[in-house]
Ligand binder design. Structure first.
Ligand SMILES: Cc1cc2nc3c(=O)[nH]c(=O)nc-3n(C[C@H](O)[C@H](O)[C@H](O)COP(=O)(O)OP(=O)(O)OC[C@H]3O[C@@H](n4cnc5c(N)ncnc54)[C@H](O)[C@@H]3O)c2cc1C
Length: 448
């Protein structure tokens, strides 16, 4: 029987009521829609920021109920599991056996189904592409009861629609992923201070050949001479020869990390223009030298935010938005500068601002977000109409530069920007399950 419950996404701006439809097992048919709900939508672990994982007024399929491992071959690194298994659960199983995720987003608390449906990217996009590039196959269950095993060669069109397909093509019940080898759980890392956007682009170009992972923190609090400054992080998995060189204390292989939780939601956002400027200045100067090298466990390297559980509460009861865009290479410098100028002048950004170069590997999904060029991602405390005015200015810059916004992070983009950024949207519509929908989809398709 369906239960009504209020569900939210990571940004915590919306808390709509949903009917919850239990999933008995991966072999069972999809539950029937309850009276009053026209559509359903799979819900992974709620780490999308806006409304692409919400279906206000409709039903949700709680994907985490499908949480079983099916097969793992430690000689080939091929893993088959149900779609509700978390990336953190995969890492716990495979790292001690010398394997790692081929691509991982900045949190390990996402499901395999969610990683496919948003075709997520990581710090290694320039060499590995996005998550879907490493998915060998998956099963897609439609509301008419049809099951299809999809891959690049079998039902290839359904594969392309479902990778990055925002959960709209049906329920992924299980998936098979090719993992990549590692010698140990450690990373060899460098953090390099840069003082301008030009320096960021030079560092990116110089790092890509020899570093599997690159990502930068960018200071969005200041304009003028300080505009575009930040810290460039690059790294590689540590080679076997360094295995015993240094094991961080208290972080046993495969053990649980020490985490803390933000215990309450403060009545107001703790992020404001004053706290931002002070914090960013301290952070930019946190390392005494311009270049700091080291060795780290993979968890603080890939998932620094996961150490503070429910950190999204710091933005207070009104929640927050993330704005993430991708800009093609030929316009990247000019457009990124224009975006940062608008953001710093508004004083509304937050500490969490990330800049990264996407590389050439093409994604398989019709609606995959990554494209060659530069991606900028920033959190903004929800400040109502003032913030939306800033977003409109940012949208104009992105549109003019031929860029696009990331649906996984979005809770407000309009139809025109979506359609311009995702020219295959019209082809995609024929793969949408007639019983599936989301708040995001109705908005960008201008459906009532
Ligand atoms: C701290 C943080 C850092 C992040 N960093 C990155 C990053 O570096 N790169 C990046 O790309 N993303 C990043 N994200 C976004 C996140 O990776 C994606 O939003 C991801 O898709 C969330 O997965 P989820 O399991 O929580 O699914 P949800 O957010 O609940 O759902 C995501 C989508 O998947 C669909 N879905 C879920 N399960 C299934 C299923 N079984 N079958 C079909 N569809 C399904 C849903 O309908 C929805 O459309 C980050 C998020 C956070 C909170």
């Amino acid at each position: 029987m369906a239960v009504t419950s209020s569900y939210t996404s990571w940004g915590r701006v919306l808390r709509p009521e949903h009917e919850l439809l239990p999933l008995a097992s991966r072999h069972a048919a999809l539950p029937a829609l309850p009276d009053g709900s026209a559509t359903m939508l799979p819900y992974g672990n709620g780490r999308s920021y806006g409304d692409s994982n919400l279906n206000p007024g409709g039903a949700l399929l709680p994907g985490r109920q499908l949480d079983r491992f099916i097969a793992f071959d430690p000689s080939t690194g091929v893993l088959r599991c149900e779609a509700g298994v978390l990336l953190s659960e995969i890492l716990r199983l495979v790292v001690p056996q010398g394997w790692f995720l081929p691509v991982t987003p900045g949190t390990q608390f996402v499901t395999v189904g969610g990683a496919i449906a948003n075709d997520v990217h990581g710090k290694n996009h320039h060499v590995a592409g996005s998550f879907g590039n490493h998915v060998r196959c998956f099963e897609l269950l439609r509301s008419d009861g049809i099951r299809r095993v999809c891959s690049l060669t079998e039902h290839a069109d359904w594969f392309a629609a479902t990778v990055g397909g925002l959960g709209l093509t049906g329920l992924i019940t299980w998936a098979e992923v090719q993992l990549r080898r590692v010698a140990n759980p450690f990373m060899v890392t460098e953090s390099i201070r840069f003082r301008s956007l030009e320096e960021f682009f030079e560092l990116s170009a110089a790092s890509e050949a020899d570093h599997e992972y690159t990502v930068s923190w960018i200071d969005c609090a200041f304009g003028g001479k300080r505009l575009g400054r930040g810290l460039f992080n690059r790294g590689n998995h540590a080679p076997a020869a360094m295995e015993t060189a240094w094991v961080p204390r208290g972080l046993a292989q495969g053990g649980d990390p020490h985490t803390r939780t933000v215990p309450i939601t403060p009545p107001l956002s703790l992020v404001n223009s004053l706290s931002l400027k002070s914090f960013n200045t301290l952070y930019f100067h946190k390392q005494r030298r311009d270049v700091v090298s080291g060795m780290q466990h993979y968890r603080p390297f890939f998932y620094p935010l996961d150490a503070l559980l429910e950190w999204n509460r710091i933005y207070g009861p009104r929640g927050f938005y993330q704005y993430q865009c991708a800009i093609p290479p030929e316009r990247a410098l000019k457009a990124t500068r224009a975006l940062l100028e608008a953001i710093s002048a508004s004083g509304m950004g937050s500490f969490l601002a990330v800049l990264k170069q996407f590389g050439a590997p093409a994604s398989h999904g019709m609606l995959s977000f990554p494209m060659p060029g530069t991606t900028l991602a920033l959190d903004f405390p929800n400040q109502g109409p003032r913030l939306h005015k800033l977003f409109e200015a940012l949208d104009r810059i992105v549109l003019e530069a031929g860029g696009r916004l990331y649906p996984a992070k979005d809770g407000r983009m309009g139809a025109a920007l979506f359609k311009a950024g995702y020219p295959r949207w019209s082809e995609f519509t024929s793969y949408v399950d007639p019983r599936f929908s989301s708040g995001f989809w109705r908005r960008v398709m201008e459906q009532a």
